[in-house]
Design a protein around this ligand. Structure first.
Ligand code: ATP
Ligand code: MG
Length: 416
C-alpha cells in the first residue's frame, strides 16, 4: 500500500524542521498580537466558489469536491481565508474586538500536478487581519510575514503591487482586454479564454509567449484611482519606516479574485519553478460578499513545505566541508603546503591537509569524505613550476592557478 500521489508522509527527521517553522511562527505571531483560530477542513463548496472566484484555476480545476452521504456538495479547503472568514462572520467576532488578528495552521488540498514544493495536500500558515483599511495594517502584516523568514534565516525577495479597487479596476481591466484582444494570436490557448473570463490572470501566465507579450501590457499602477494610489504610497512609506526592502512588480496578480489594493509575494530563487514561499493581500469587499458586515481585511499564506525545503537546503549548506583540502606529495611539497594552509586560514577560509604523508588516492578519498569544496594537488612538479591544479569538487571544474606568495590567484577562487 502506498500513499496517494501528491500526499506525503512527514517522517521524524523532517518533522523536527516543521516544529521549528511552526514554533518560530507562533512566537512571532504572538508578538504581533495575532491569535490562533482552528477551522474545519471541510466546508460547503459554495463558500470557495463565492470567495475565490468561479473563473480561477483553484475553483475551475483544483478543488477536491464531492457529495457526502446526504448528497450535499462539500469541498476540502484549498486555502484558509474563506473558512476563517466564514467563522468570523458566523461567530460575529467583529463584536469582540475592533480589529481581529487571526491565524490558522493546517493542511490545504489542491488537485495540482505534484512536483518539488507542490503537493496535493500541503500546509499553510494562514493569517488574517480584519476590521481596518488603514495602510499601516498592510505594512504591519507584511512586516510580520517577512519577519518569519528573517528569523528562520531564509532569504526572500518581497514584491509589492496594488490591484486597485472596484472603482478603478474595471477601467484597467478594459484597457488590458483591449491590449490583449489586439494580440490574441500571441497568447496561449488558456489565456485566449482568460481574455474574457479573467484577463488579469493572463499577466500571471508562465508560458514564454504570454510572458513576452505581458511585458508590453499596460501596468495597473498607472490606472489606480487617487485613493488607491494614496493607499499604496502610505504602505510604501510605512515599509520604508520599518526598513523593509521590497521591489514593485506591477504585473503581479494573485490567483484568487478577492484581492483589492495591496498584494505581495515573498519569492526565493532556491526552489525552481515553485518560487513563492508566501503571498497575500488586501480583500476589502470579501467579508461583505460572504454575507458578513462590510469590514475590510488583509492576510497572507505561507507554504510550510516550501519553508521546510529551504531549511533543508540551508542545513545542507551549513554541513558543507572545508573550502580547501590540500593534497601534498612528498616532504618538500608538504612543507610548502603547510605554509599555504596557514595563509588560507588567516584569510578566513577553512582549509585542511593530510599530515601523515599518505598516498594521493587516500588523500582524495579523505577530501571526499570531508565534503571539501576544492582540492589542490601539490607535488614536486607543481612546486618547481609555481603552479598547481585546483579542482572544484561540486562542479568538477579544474583550473591551473599560480602559487605566488600572496596567493593572489588562489584565494578569490576559494572565496567564490
Ligand atoms: P503558486 O504560484 O506556487 O501556485 P499560489 O499563488 O497558488 O502559488 P497561494 O494560493 O497564494 O499560492 O498560497 C500561498 C502559499 O502556499 C504559496 O506561496 C506556497 O508557498 C503555498 N502553496 C500553494 N500551493 C501549494 C502546493 N500545491 N503545494 C505546496 N505549497 C503550496
Ligand atoms: Mg497555485
Amino acid at each position: 500500500m502506498q500513499a496517494l500521489k501528491g500526499f506525503k508522509d512527514i517522517l521524524p527527521d523532517e518533522a523536527r524542521l516543521w516544529q521549528r517553522v511552526e514554533g518560530t511562527a507562533r512566537d512571532i505571531f504572538r508578538r504581533f498580537g495575532f491569535e490562533e483560530i482552528k477551522v474545519p477542513i471541510l466546508e460547503k463548496t459554495g463558500l470557495f466558489a463565492r470567495s475565490i472566484g468561479e473563473a480561477t484555476d483553484i475553483v475551475e480545476k483544483e478543488m477536491y469536491t464531492f457529495s457526502d452521504r446526504n448528497g450535499e456538495s462539500i469541498t476540502m479547503r484549498p486555502e484558509g481565508t474563506a473558512p476563517v472568514l466564514r467563522a468570523f462572520i458566523e461567530h460575529a467576532l467583529h463584536l469582540r474586538r475592533p480589529i481581529n488578528r487571526l491565524f490558522t495552521v493546517g493542511p490545504m488540498f489542491r488537485h495540482e500536478r505534484p512536483q518539488k514544493g507542490r503537493l496535493r495536500q500541503f500546509h499553510q500558515l494562514s493569517v488574517e487581519a480584519l476590521g481596518a483599511d488603514h495602510p499601516r495594517l498592510d505594512a504591519e502584516v507584511i512586516a510580520m510575514a517577512r519577519q518569519l523568514l528573517v528569523e528562520l534565516g531564509l532569504k526572500a525577495e518581497l514584491q509589492l503591487n496594488s490591484l486597485g479597487c472596484p472603482d478603478c479596476r474595471p477601467a484597467y481591466r478594459a484597457k488590458l482586454v483591449e491590449f490583449l484582444s489586439g494580440h490574441r494570436e500571441q497568447l496561449c490557448e488558456d489565456c485566449r479564454r482568460r481574455v474574457e473570463s479573467n484577463p488579469l490572470r493572463v499577466l500571471d501566465c508562465k508560458s514564454a509567449n504570454c510572458r513576452r507579450l505581458n511585458a508590453e501590457a499596460p501596468a495597473i499602477l498607472g490606472s489606480l484611482c487617487a485613493p488607491c494610489d494614496q493607499h499604496l504610497a502610505r504602505v510604501r512609506q510605512d515599509l520604508d519606516a520599518l526598513q523593509i526592502p521590497y521591489t514593485m512588480n506591477p504585473f503581479m496578480v494573485r490567483g484568487l479574485d478577492y484581492y483589492t489594493r495591496t498584494t505581495f509575494e515573498l519569492l526565493t530563487d532556491a526552489l525552481g519553478a515553485q518560487s513563492a514561499v508566501g503571498a497575500g493581500g488586501r480583500y476589502d469587499g470579501l467579508v461583505k460578499q460572504l454575507g458578513g458586515p462590510d469590514l475590510p481585511g488583509i492576510g497572507f499564506a505561507m507554504g510550510l513545505e516550501r519553508l521546510v525545503l529551504l531549511l533543508q537546503e540551508q542545513e545542507q549548506a551549513a554541513a558543507a566541508g572545508p573550502d580547501l583540502f590540500l593534497a601534498c606529495l612528498g616532504e618538500p611539497a608538504a612543507a610548502y603546503g603547510f605554509t599555504l594552509l596557514q595563509k588560507c586560514r588567516l584569510a578566513g577560509l577553512s582549509a585542511l591537509m593530510d599530515i601523515q604523508g599518505r598516498g594521493l588516492k587516500s588523500q582524495m578519498k579523505q577530501a571526499d569524505r570531508l565534503h571539501a569544496r576544492h582540492v589542490l594537488i601539490i607535488g614536486e612538479d607543481e612546486l618547481n613550476a609555481g603552479q598547481a591544479v585546483l579542482r572544484n569538487l561540486d562542479s568538477k571544474e579544474e583550473r591551473q592557478v599560480a602559487l605566488d606568495d600572496e596567493l593572489t590567484a588562489l584565494l578569490p577562487l576559494l572565496q567564490s
